[in-house]
Write a protein of this length. Structure first.
Length: 265
């Protein structure tokens, strides 16, 4: 079986790294895996991306175009917003890829448009890394009391503090118009899968929970006593390890909850 993984970037960002780890893991098990990206960072010949300067410039221009509509947005939601109006790849290119299955990952920032996604004819699996697929233009709901992705994007469900152009509703309606095929959804967590199942857009799409892969030759248990000595950590203390990108500014990472737990206990 030949699998092509679509990802906006090859290894830049958590979602892209997860996609690349999957690509390398499949290859280790003699599965014919390749990637198609907008931004290529390594010399892996199995990863297809712009190599000529003109292609890279075109890619950067599309990324800028994606940000233009967000300038009109007056939202209380501080998470990233993507209207997905531009597309580095067109559907014909994707449908002509030498692959039996397309595995789509994080595809915003000018890589794939909503219209292009709707025109993919090959068998496709979509691995989610945030909530954008079933929301409007926002990549995550605006807190626990934001139910627009469950109730629909109407003027009645909009936050009264938001003003001007409702880009979330506009993006959501385009998804409904173009996405007629219900592709297989993969969620790396039960938390995200629960949100998918409760969403108005994707509640009836096929859904499975499959955690992101890890290279167990690198990430594996070692002797705790030796590790603490090597890292200069106390032997008689309980330790909590927390790691995340943008953990202070992105409350979705849960660092605020960790601080509160440490304060209480």
């Amino acid at each position: 079986m030949k699998i092509n993984i679509l990802s906006s970037s090859e290894v830049k960002g958590g979602a892209s790294r997860a996609a690349n780890r999957l690509h390398r893991g499949l290859s280790q098990f003699d599965i014919d895996s390749s990637m198609t990206v907008r931004s290529k960072q390594t010399d892996d010949w199995r990863v297809l991306g712009p190599s000529l300067p003109l292609g890279k410039i075109y890619s950067d221009i599309l990324s800028v175009i994606e940000r233009v509509p967000t300038k009109m947005l007056r939202s209380t939601n501080d998470f990233m917003h993507s209207p997905a109006i531009s597309s580095f790849l067109n559907a014909r290119t994707i449908n002509n890829l030498d692959a039996d299955v397309i595995n789509m990952h994080w595809i915003c920032d000018g890589f794939l448009s909503i219209r292009t996604i709707g025109r993919i004819k090959k068998p496709m699996v979509w691995t989610l890394h945030d909530s954008w697929a079933f929301c409007g233009s926002e990549h995550h709901p605006n807190g626990i009391n934001d139910f627009r992705y469950r109730q629909g994007y109407t003027s009645a469900t909009r936050d009264p503090q938001e003003q001007g152009f409702d880009m979330d509703a506009w993006t959501y309606k385009r998804k409904i118009r173009h996405w007629k095929q219900k592709h297989q959804i993969i969620s790396p967590s039960t938390w995200l899968a629960d949100a998918v199942s409760k969403s108005q857009l994707m509640h009836d799409w096929p859904l499975k929970v499959i955690p992101n892969p890890l290279d167990t030759n690198t990430y594996k248990p070692v002797n705790k006593k030796f590790s603490r000595e090597y890292l200069g950590l106390p032997q008689d203390k309980k330790l909590i390890l927390f790691g995340a990108l943008n953990y202070k500014s992105n409350t979705n990472k849960g660092f605020d909850l960790l601080k509160e737990c440490l304060r209480v206990f």
